[in-house]
Each structure stands twice: as structure tokens, then as C-alpha cells.
Design a protein around this ligand. Structure first.
Ligand code: SAH
Ligand code: SF4
Ligand code: F3S
Length: 481
């Protein structure tokens, strides 16, 4: 009998990817994913620990789920409640103590053991929740089954995990562990499988993706630039992206790939956090503002239409007005197409949390709104610059209104078009008519429209390349839970 699995995903794309793999791991046990927790046999919260708000959300959600679990129990139905991801890794036993309704706690590196954990949990009537937050010697990738669940036209592929950088504000090195790169052969196999099921765009994922140094096809260590060149050889793979990068790891091979590999999209998320060298140093970012500007100049040399996005933290301990002014200067000088900015959130166990120079909450709020005003204006200007352009768009999902589809431009903008549903999953040309703060409105290029309408009448699609995939693309989440 099929059983129902509900996964709620918080946090970054790594978690989105991990959730799709948890579906794969549980499929042989008869579990199929469902869209809501009501009626599910297993509920997994795949959590994020990056800021206080993100991890607190988990406990309020667990409160709501307790009610659901209890009422199922009254009807004689057992619901397993699991906490996965970075809060699980960071808090472990503490979760079971605070929320005894939780049956399973497991970290990002142990979800390949999920079938065994589920079987054990089901074998005991009551009792304490099972906790597995090991950093096992084995790699989970060697134990995960083949990817079963299709991801759609735009897919994520995890190539690197963990982080050895230890920025003084960040929990990731503790929740995800040491840097690890997958072998190139594994990555190519997964990418080919994705393309065979209709994926047109692959985003390579890693907490520090450009620190990639996996074993290459020749047995030597390959850089991310080399891996991208190899992936570009896969017939039918139209777009390649990668995220998230660290400025220190932008090597010359990778920068050159931006000029030489046409499938590599002209959009890069390159977090800088601050424009002040003093703060960058205190953050242990291992680079200064000048290095960031140099890299941006080299990238734009290679690819003049490259758009940049970034992450910023305001109110890091010790940040003065003049430091913040330097952040605004950096933003003005670089010009970002998109960005994510956060108030510094002290995280337990990280060095900066213990600093005596914490910044007042109202100062943080004022800086955040000044920064966001500037970034929003830049984003709007960037989007306005797209009006009148013709650009290729991969249609990923249905829009709010019937007859609408939504896709992504090469620069990661959401593009809304009126288009027939059979174009879902296709790469099409769109003329951009207008721009909003967060999206573009366009129309199918006329010759495309005529051609596609004619071909749909005779039963063929006539659209470029491959069949529409069976599932919509994963909800794209950024690391901004
Ligand atoms: N690996 C990426 C970032 C991962 S976390 C990198 O090196 O840039 C995503 C973003 O969350 C970070 O870029 C940072 O801007 C933000 N962030 C991380 N820890 C934070 C904290 N303690 N308070 C506020 N923002 C934080
Ligand atoms: Fe966190 Fe990124 Fe710094 Fe690693 S490089 S510690 S993931 S912010
Ligand atoms: Fe973990 Fe990603 Fe959040 S690595 S802490 S889920 S941003």
C-alpha cells in the first residue's frame, strides 16, 4: 500500500535538493510525496539554522504538528514526525527534549539511513525519538538510490557540501561539516539522467560551490571551471548555473569559463557581506573590498552582460556608520541585479555571537532599510533595462491566472507570459514588454506563436527539443529562510 510523505523545506537550495533525495530514499518503502501534512504517514521538516528566526520557526511548526499527530492517533493512525536539516544537526537531542512528539532527528549527512531509521521508529510503539546527527565516514552519495523523482525543466544538482571557511557569524561549518566534493563521474551521471528526463537547466549546488575539487575523469582533482566545461558537452543541457560562491575561490579557470562556455548563464550570486575591510576582516571573510571589485571587473571582461547578485549582513558586531557607508559605496560601484540583505543574527557557538560590540537593534533596522532601498532601486533599474529585449526563457510553472506561464530569463528574472500549457518545460523566445520590481511581463515571439499554434493543431508541439517533464520545477528557495 502506498504511504504518504510530506516534506516541508526551509532554508537554502541545498535543503531543497536534499528534500528531493529524501523522496528518492523513501520511495522503495512505498512512500509517495504529498502536498499537505494532513493525512501524511511521515512528516519531515527539513530545517535551516542560519538565523534565529529561521530556527525558531521550526518549534512553532512542531507545535501545530503535534495537534495533527494527536488527532491522527485518536483515530488509530500512527504519524511519524521527523526533524531533518541544519537545526537537527545543531540541536540534536535538544529537539526531542523540547518537543517529545518528534520521532526522528537526523542531520544533512545521514539521510541515506532514513529507511533504517523509519523502520526502527515504526517498530517501537512509544519511546524517545531517535537521533542520528553523525558525520559518518561514508559519503551519503555512495548510498543514495538513483534519482527517481523528476525535478522538471530546471534542476538542482549538489556537487559540493560543507564549508571550511568559518566566517565568524556563520553556523554552516558546524551544521554541514567539512568541505567535500563529489567525484566528476557521479555528477555527470546524475546530470545526464536529469537531461534525459527533460531537464534543460542545471544549477550546481554547494555551500561553497566554487571550492569544488572533486576527483576528475583522469583521476586528478578538477576545479569547478573544468567540471562546467565537461557538463557543457552534454547534448540537450541548455543552461548551467552554480551557487553559492565565495569570492576567494573565484579562480581564473572559472572566470574564463564565463567567457567561453555559452551555456553558463550570465548571472552570478557572489556574496560579499560588507564593503568595509575592517568588518570583512572581523567576519573572517579572507578578502577585502578591492579583491571583490577586481573579480567583478574580470568577470565583466569575460562576459559584459553578466548580472550580479549578493548577500549582505548589516549590524555585524563593531560595525560603525563609516563601515556601513562603505557597504553602500560598494553597492553603488558594483550595481546589483538582485540581492539579499539581513540583520546580523547572533548564532550560538559562533565567535561573533560572543562579541561585546553588538549593534543596537534599531541601528540594524535603519541600516537594513537604507541598504534595501538602494538595492531595490538597482533591481528595478536592471529589470527596466530588459524592456524591449528579446530573451530565451525556460517556462517552469503555471502563473496565477489561467493561460499564464512563468519562467526564468538568463539573468534569473521571473518572466510571465501568456502561453499554452503544452509549452511548460520548454525554452522559448520572449519579447519583454514591461517590468515590475520582481518580475518581467513578456509575450511569445510572433513567429514562435504562429509556429507553435500551428504545430499544436496537428498534434506535435513543434517547440524546441524535448518533451515536457511530468513535474513542475522545485520551488526555488534562496538562503533567506
Ligand atoms: N556560503 C555562502 C552563504 C551561506 S549562508 C557564502 O559564503 O556566502 C547565506 C547567507 O546568510 C550569507 O551569505 C549571509 O549573508 C547570511 N547569514 C549567514 N549567517 C548569518 C547570521 N548569523 N546573521 C545574519 N545573516 C547571516
Ligand atoms: Fe558560512 Fe559561507 Fe562563510 Fe562558509 S563561506 S562560513 S557557508 S558564510
Ligand atoms: Fe543549513 Fe542552508 Fe540554512 S546550509 S543553515 S539550510 S542556509
Amino acid at each position: 500500500m502506498t504511504k504518504k510523505l510530506f516534506i516541508k523545506t526551509y532554508g537554502c537550495q541545498m535543503n531543497v535538493y536534499d528534500s528531493t533525495r529524501m523522496v528518492d530514499v523513501l520511495a522503495p518503502l512505498g512512500y509517495r510525496p504529498v502536498q499537505q501534512p494532513e493525512g501524511a504517514d511521515i512528516i519531515i521538516l527539513n530545517t535551516c539554522h542560519i538565523r534565529e528566526k529561521a530556527s525558531e520557526k521550526v518549534f512553532s511548526e512542531l507545535g501545530r504538528l503535534r495537534v495533527l499527530k494527536d488527532s491522527a492517533a485518536q483515530q488509530g493512525r500512527r504519524v511519524l514526525l521527523a526533524v531533518a536539516g541544519c537545526v537537527a544537526q545543531a540541536e540534536g537531542e535538544e529537539i526531542v527534549r523540547r518537543a517529545p512528539q518528534v520521532d526522528l532527528v537526523f542531520g544533512p549527512q545521514t539521510y541515506h539511513r532514513l529507511p533504517e531509521m523509519v523502520t526502527r521508529a515504526l517498530g517501537q510503539d512509544f519511546g524517545r525519538g531517535l537521533v542520528d546527527t553523525d558525520f559518518p565516514a561514508e559519503s551519503k552519495f555512495d548510498f543514495l538510490p538513483e534519482e527517481a523523482a523528476a525535478q522538471g525543466p530546471a534542476a538542482f544538482l549538489s556537487v559540493q557540501e560543507g564549508c571550511d571557511k568559518f566566517c565568524t557569524f556563520c553556523v554552516v561549518p558546524y551544521t554541514r561539516g567539512a568541505e567535500f566534493s563529489r567525484p566528476v563521474a557521479d555528477i555527470l551521471r546524475e546530470a545526464r539522467n536529469r537531461v534525459a528526463e527533460g531537464t534543460l537547466e542545471i544549477t550546481l549546488l554547494g555551500q561553497n560551490v566554487n571550492a569544488f575539487h572533486g576527483e576528475g575523469l583522469d583521476g586528478k582533482s578538477w576545479s569547478l571551471g573544468r567540471l562546467i566545461r565537461e557538463l557543457a558537452e552534454i547534448d540537450g543541457l541548455r543552461r548551467i548555473r552554480y551557487t553559492t560562491s565565495h569570492p576567494r575561490d573565484m579562480d581564473q579557470e572559472l572566470i574564463a569559463a564565463h567567457g567561453q562556455v555559452p551555456q553558463l548563464m550570465p548571472y552570478l550570486h557572489l556574496p560579499v557581506q560588507s564593503g568595509s575591510d575592517r568588518i570583512l576582516e572581523a567576519m573572517n571573510r579572507k578578502h577585502d573590498a578591492a579583491l571583490y571589485h577586481r573579480i567583478v571587473a574580470q568577470l565583466r571582461d569575460q562576459r559584459p552582460d553578466l548580472a550580479l547578485s549578493s548577500d549582505f549582513i548589516v549590524g555585524f558586531p563593531g560595525e560603525r556608520d563609516e563601515d556601513f557607508a562603505q557597504t553602500l559605496q560598494l553597492v553603488t560601484k558594483v550595481g546589483f541585479a538582485q540581492a539579499y540583505s539581513f540583520k546580523y543574527s547572533p548564532r550560538p557557538g559562533t565567535p561573533a555571537a560572543g562579541s561585546a560590540q553588538q549593534v543596537d537593534e534599531d541601528v540594524k533596522s535603519a541600516r537594513l532599510s537604507a541598504l534595501q532601498q538602494l538595492l531595490n532601486a538597482q533591481q528595478e533599474a536592471f529589470n527596466l533595462g530588459s524592456v524591449g529585449q528579446r530573451m530565451p526563457v525556460i517556462l517552469e510553472r503555471r502563473g496565477k491566472f489561467s493561460g499564464q506561464l512563468i519562467g526564468r530569463s538568463p539573468w534569473m528574472q521571473s518572466v510571465v507570459v501568456d502561453a499554452p500549457a503544452h509549452l511548460l518545460g520548454r525554452l522559448i523566445e520572449v519579447d519583454i514588454n514591461s517590468a515590475h520590481a520582481n518580475s518581467l511581463i513578456g509575450q511569445l515571439v510572433t513567429e514562435d506563436r504562429d509556429h507553435l499554434a500551428a504545430s499544436s493543431q496537428d498534434g506535435t508541439t513543434g517547440a524546441p527539443d524535448r518533451p515536457a517533464p511530468s513535474q513542475s520545477s522545485p520551488h526555488r528557495k534562496r538562503a533567506c529562510a
